[in-house]
Write a protein that binds this ligand. Sequence first.
Ligand code: ITT
Length: 206
Amino acid sequence: MKLVLATKNKDKVREISDFLAPHGYEVMSIDEFPDIEEIEENGETFRENAVYKATRACELTGAMSLADDSGLEVDYLDGAPGIYSARFAGEEKDYHANNEKLLSLLAGVPVERRAAQFKCVMAVAVPDGWVYIAEGACDGVIAEEPRGEGGFGYDPLFYLPKYGQTFAQLDPEIKNEISHRARALAGVLDILSDLKIMEEDDEDEE
Ligand code: ITT
């Protein structure tokens, strides 16, 4: 089964492909369709953005498409940066600048008030017009300084007390089991296998 990934973010493409490949799904990045216009998200929730990106990619490519809208919600900042996570420190989507901004907003805030959640909403859009949704979340604490070289985005600041490591220090295989994205992808796997069964039933009827 082929799936177009409606994202320009290469780090998301890597994590999603690593997760889906062992299950036999072939993913193509939307970058492999060079003539396709930029998909600009402007919704007010992760869900709206994910549905929009998946639907648009499906319309433009004619293929089943998967979108990921995700971000970090920090309790002390009333849920910011949230849907603005990628552009927190500016339009250029600079991971390092975003982390610096987050650290400066949390300067002097004690550990017990640094709780945060990563959120991920995934949408699967199919050419007949239906859109299916899966969600995932992961709890952590914002560290006082970046730690680790792995992962991407806010990973060096996202500390998991249970593992005593940030997402950037953690083995990528473990991130791919416990992260917000992994949890949403588990739901996506269920959606894809239901779609496969529906497709096979349709073929049997023909
Ligand atoms: P697309 O819209 O093209 O998919 P994007 O990076 O702009 O790419 P989002 O609007 O969903 O995507 O923003 C997601 C941001 O949230 C991402 O750029 C990171 O800053 C942060 N983020 C999401 N998942 C993350 C993860 O697993 N680790 C670290 N940061 C993450």
